[in-house]
Design a protein around this ligand. Structure first.
Ligand code: PLP
Length: 399
């Protein structure tokens, strides 16, 4: 930052620059627009701020906090593992890593997996492997899909503001209409390494497609020798009331990518695949220093145990039914989505969001100006959702 202060000595000027820089450039760069609170701690579906006030968290740290904030069993698992061994890469054989893989394989119904650290990394590896396995050099994806910020993930992401700068360096790629059977029939998949699909397009406003479209997509891919990747970064880990969206839509993809809720907030990603894919994967094709670290694996095992023991998938379904009923005849025109990945369609979403925030309810927006998103912890209390409904009704009576 250039400031001209002629009456200062050079030293004072330099000091002033440093101080002013401190004011002008934050040590942490901005990313998303933050909620209007300073978070201090979390408990279940609540966040407590620095004033000691509780906020109902229906956003779940961006669909991550699957078992609620600081679930005692997750805390205990992390604590126990951290006393034993905080980290070793896959160069070291770790019982806890095998156990995490076995549990996730049993939960998902896929055959084998690779652990990484994030959703984008899982997608990046699915796309890379599709290239290598098929030898084809083009990708397919769908309008409205959002897949991450690494280069191949970005290639298949439909979000011009984050992709624009890179258009010239993306590999060959085609984007198709989402959920449209007749459009699907007219597309040629024979040059594609894979198509990647977000079974419920979250960022785009909780858009999904009929079961018939998913089965037509599976058939189309199989017939053309094109691999099918389900990006289940948001839809997975029990959020739809079933382990993965592929269970809900009754389609077996070649790859499922999973992250976000897998370890209740400890970073981990997984690329799950069928045996058919795994037989072509050589050990040099995959790798990650931190992927599948022991703390993340301990948290993942605890997360899956909690989802099973506390029947959180059943709870997700019943909370969806509750909201669909309770929001009838309110300013909400439609409750979109499945389980606890929901969109509230309303004519003035941003105004409603501002009102809900003023009532200390955290809720997400989407790229659809008429859709707010709910992706709370899977153990969100019914009383918290009743509080939401009450405030949506109160908002409706004011507007
Ligand atoms: C559907 C989907 N895919 C991929 C990603 C990227 O995941 P990450 O931010 O962990 O890289 C996201 C993140 O929001 C997502 O919602």
């Amino acid at each position: 930052m250039a400031i001209c202060v002629y009456s200062y000595t050079t030293l004072n000027y330099a000091l002033l620059c440093i101080i002013m820089q401190g004011f002008m450039i934050p040590s942490l760069l901005p990313t998303y627009s933050p909620y209007p609170l300073a978070m201090v701690r979390g408990e279940g579906d609540l966040i407590i701020d620095d004033q000691g006030q509780s906020w109902i968290d229906l956003y779940g740290g961006h669909c991550v906090c699957s078992t609620g904030h600081s679930h005692p069993k997750v805390v205990e698992a992390i604590h126990k593992q951290s006393k034993q061994l905080i980290f070793y890469s896959t160069a070291g054989e770790l019982k806890i890593r095998r156990e995490a893989a076995d549990n996730l394989i049993a939960f998902s119904g896929m055959d084998t997996l690779f652990f990484c650290n994030s959703g984008a990394e899982a997608n990046e590896n699915a796309l890379k492997l599709s290239f290598e396995i098929t030898g084809r050099k083009a990708f397919g994806s769908f309008q409205g899909g959002w897949h991450g910020r690494t280069l191949l993930a970005l290639t298949v992401t439909d979000d011009i503001k984050i992709t624009k700068a890179f258009e010239g360096i993306f590999p060959e790629h085609y984007r198709f209409p989402f959920g449209d059977i007749s459009a699907l029939e007219s597309i040629n998949f024979s040059n594609l390494a894979c198509v990647i699909v977000e079974p419920i397009q979250s960022m785009s406003g909780i858009r999904t497609a009929p079961l018939t479209w998913f089965s037509a997509l599976r058939k189309k891919c199989t017939d053309a020798g094109c691999l099918l990747v389900f990006d289940e970064i948001q839809t997975g880990v029990g959020r739809l009331g079933v382990p993965y969206a592929s269970d809900y839509f009754k389609v077996k993809p070649d790859f499922i990518t999973s992250a976000k809720g897998l370890a209740s907030g400890i970073p981990i990603g997984a690329l799950l695949m069928t045996e058919g894919m795994a037989k072509d994967v050589k050990s040099h094709m995959l790798g990650s220093t931190f992927g599948g670290g022991p703390i993340a694996c301990a948290a993942l095992i605890a997360t899956l145990d909690i989802i099973r023991d506390e029947r959180l998938m059943e709870h997700a379904k019943s909370m969806q039914s509750y909201l669909v009923d309770a929001l009838k005849n309110t300013v909400i025109d439609e409750v979109k989505g499945i389980g606890l990945l929901l969109g509230l369609k309303t004519s003035n979403a941003s105004d409603l969001k501002t009102y809900l925030l003023s009532q200390r309810i955290l809720i997400g927006s989407s790229s659809d100006p008429n859709v707010l998103r709910l992706m709370p912890p899977l153990n969100v209390r019914k009383s918290s959702l009743e509080y939401l409904v009450e405030h949506i009704r109160a908002y409706g009576s004011m507007s």
